[in-house]
Design a protein around this ligand. Structure first.
Ligand code: RIB
Length: 320
């Protein structure tokens, strides 16, 4: 079976790591590159984590460093959710491999051209690197078969009232990607919320990990700490096992791996707000066709939950 060539642009990140594990553990895809961007933690942290994960997972791919800050807005971060080192403070073995000397955008363009239009891009953080590539290489879009992105929200936000973190992290970059003409499958915030996991489900899924078990246990411990702190802040009782834990980036990986078998999408024309003082980073879905434009996004609206869970379970078990 011909494997799907994939590049992963990300800001690892606990859920980025789960998505990378799912893709690395699948016979369906071949990871050609992991590119780092600012996001959950700063670029130095996300780059180190990408390199360390490449070695830890034994991946035969390149790692390239991307943008250290957004195109125009101020830089954001989410170390509360992901730990100061971005990996729930898990002490991942130091990387031996070296990062590419060329920046992410040059590497993404070079590798995409080698795959004759079959390259798939999985985007799990702010979209700055992808936007730079599109702007620097106008024919880049001709070499990308589809983008699977975690980002956006069809209603409320998570790191701002109206915007989802990745898009809020660089709304201008998102608008460049949305207007590029590259086919896009979007796993927005609502997908991650709807297909979140009970604590008991995470415990069961992570129990299948072998070599990765210490890392997954650390991730889970960190989740419990920050979820407890959030509940304390809101004056709410907290019980991990019955609470919903979201792993947003894993829904984008699942969308790629399930496409055509267990995934349902709806097509919409979507823009990203870049000017609003309270709505910066909001993704606006043209449900009524008011803009009179052709759809530019396939929004994930349903996934086979058991298939989703088995993708995670099986991938975790593959690494020994
Ligand atoms: O809003 C969820 C997104 O923000 C995920 O990509 C997560 O890693 C964080 O970056």
């Amino acid at each position: 079976m011909n494997k799907i060539p994939v590049m992963i642009d990300c800001d690892p990140g606990i859920d980025d790591t789960l998505a990378i594990i799912m893709l690395a553990g699948s016979e369906k895809v071949k990871i050609k590159a992991i590119t780092s961007t600012h996001g959950n933690v700063g670029l130095e942290g996300t780059t180190r984590n990408a390199l360390a994960l490449k070695d830890f997972l034994g991946l035969d791919c390149v790692v390239a460093k991307g943008a250290s800050k957004p195109m125009i807005v101020s830089q954001k971060e989410a170390s509360t959710v992901h730990g100061l080192n971005g990996l729930g403070n898990y002490d991942i073995p130091a990387p031996v491999s070296k990062v590419e000397t060329a920046p992410a955008w040059d590497v993404m363009y070079r590798l995409a051209k080698e795959e004759n239009g079959q390259m798939v891009l999985v985007v799990l953080g702010p979209m700055t690197n992808v936007a730079i590539t599109i702007l620097k290489y106008p024919d880049f879009k001709d070499y990308i078969k589809r983008i699977y992105m975690m980002g956006g929200s069809r209603n409320w936000g998570n790191h701002s009232q109206n915007a989802e973190f990745n898009i809020w992290g660089d709304p201008h970059a998102c608008q460049v990607v949305l207007s590029s003409g590259i086919p896009i499958t979007m796993a927005d915030l609502q997908v991650g919320n709807e297909y979140g996991f009970l604590g008991t489900e995470i415990t069961e899924l992570y129990s299948h990990a072998k070599k990765l078990k210490p890392m997954m246990d650390r991730f889970q411990r960190h989740d419990k700490i920050w979820m407890q702190s959030e509940c304390d802040r809101l004056g709410m009782d907290f019980d991990y096992d019955t609470s919903i834990t979201t792993k947003y980036d894993s829904t984008a990986a699942a969308a790629l791996l399930m496409d055509g078998d267990g995934l349902e999408t709806e097509d919409y024309y979507v823009i990203c707000e870049t000017q609003g003082s309270e709505t910066e980073g909001q993704t606006i879905f043209d449900y009524s066709g008011r803009f009179g434009k052709q759809p530019n996004v396939s929004l994930v609206v349903k996934m086979d939950r058991e298939k989703y869970h088995s993708l995670i379970r099986n991938a975790l078990a593959r690494f020994e």
